[in-house]
Design a protein around this ligand. Structure first.
Ligand SMILES: *[C@@H]1O[C@H](CO)[C@@H](O)[C@H](O)[C@H]1NC(C)=O
Length: 366
């Protein structure tokens, strides 16, 4: 090698090292922005916590999970990944999926980048999870504290305090309080008007947010509820002719819209107060109503054929243990908005993820 060639070679090595350093700094910086992702709520965000408790609300058997590459049912109530799985990998915290906290094999690194504490069948009203013997939201918060303790023991209090500040906490629940509880059994209807019940739920959201703030959380995202009158299960139970008339039941979707509005008002009022007391705390509302309503109303644009029945079984009533290895399954779930009579398909979850990208980017960059 001549002098100039050696020079050139050394320069190239320098450039390479510089690029590597830049790249590492960039990775470090983006990690700095979002340190972890912690999720609470119901089946819309439960990756399999119910596998570890005694409840009939589970889905760790075929045909659930059949569109995972290894076709393993994980306990997710869909044929593949949830929106929160897509989010966790989009923000770079996970390679593939967000694991359930109750999985006994999770290592510290997994707890550090994020887990879901959610439990299918759960809700804000304490009566909802007690009916189905699943994990109440308050208990999910206790699990967060336990998780935090494990992290502190491994990495130190100081470091975890910072970690919590830069993590996102996301809550998705509410549908079961209406669909399995208020609409389905008389207990709450006897003592609450629908407006009073909506306010009762929102009071619980408020308390949940306050508990998270007390833990040191500073980025909190809360989702509303979907068009509940469009769930195949709700159509089947409430249509005058469940076989031939399968339009969305507006009465229930309108209750969902009202709840979402009340929720947004409450979150806005809380943010206003926080701006004075804790200005670095941010509360975000995540809309899932419009993305799902759009997929149903403009099915062709999204490539869907079926919007009023699920892919599993008859599509009208089956969910959880009623959707099992004996059920007929549609040929192509990506043509369906719903996987079973209550839960979206992986494709729908992916579309919900895409629809919330601007909100996610906003959370990451603020
Ligand atoms: C809170 O403060 C931020 C600026 O830090 C502002 O953009 C936002 O509008 C405020 N929110 C409310 C509800 O006043």
């Amino acid at each position: 090698m001549g002098i100039s060639n050696t020079h050139l070679f050394l320069s190239l090595v320098q450039i390479f090292i510089l690029c590597l350093l830049c790249f590492m700094a960039k990775v470090e910086a983006s990690n700095q922005k979002l340190s972890g992702f912690y999720v609470f709520g119901d089946s819309t965000v439960d990756p399999g916590n119910n596998n570890y408790i005694k409840t009939p609300f589970r889905s760790n058997f075929p045909p659930y999970g059949r569109d995972f590459s290894n076709q393993v049912p994980t306990g997710r109530f869909t044929n593949g990944r949830l929106a929160t799985d897509y989010i966790a990998s989009y923000v770079g915290l996970k390679k593939d999926v967000l694991p359930p906290y109750l999985d006994p094999n999770l290592r510290i690194e997994e707890l550090m980048t994020g887990v879901s504490f959610a439990s299918a069948g759960s809700g804000f009203d304490p009566l909802t999870p007690s009916m189905t013997n699943v994990i109440p939201i308050e208990k999910q918060l206790e699990y967060l504290r336990e998780c935090r303790k494990r992290l502190e023991d491994a990495l130190g209090k100081r470091r975890i305090e910072n970690h919590v500040k830069n993590a996102v906490f996301f809550l998705s629940a509410g549908t079961n309080d209406f669909v399995l509880n208020y609409f389905a059994i008389p207990a709450r209807r006897k003592s609450y008007s629908i407006l009073a019940y909506q306010q009762f739920l929102i009071q619980h959201v408020r308390e949940f947010i306050q508990d998270l703030l007390a833990e040191g959380a500073r980025k909190i995202a809360i989702s509303g509820v979907p068009p509940m009158g469009c769930l195949p299960f709700m159509i089947t139970l409430n249509s005058p002719n469940a076989f031939f008339q399968r339009d969305c039941i507006n009465k229930y979707s309108s209750i969902a819209r009202d709840y979402n509005l009340l929720l947004q008002h409450e979150l806005h009022a809380m943010q206003l107060q926080l701006n004075m007391s804790t200005p670095d705390a941010k509360i975000y509302y995540v809309d899932i109503y419009k993305p799902i309503a759009d997929m149903i109303q403009m099915r062709k644009r999204f490539g869907f054929d079926e919007v009023d029945s699920g892919c599993c079984g008859s599509g009208y009533i089956e969910a959880s243990i009623l959707c099992n290895k004996l059920s007929n399954v549609c040929v192509d779930p990506s043509k369906y908005v719903f996987w079973d009579s209550i839960h979206p398909t992986e494709k729908t979850y992916h579309n919900i993820f895409l629809a919330s990208l601007s909100t996610i980017d906003f959370i990451v960059n603020n």
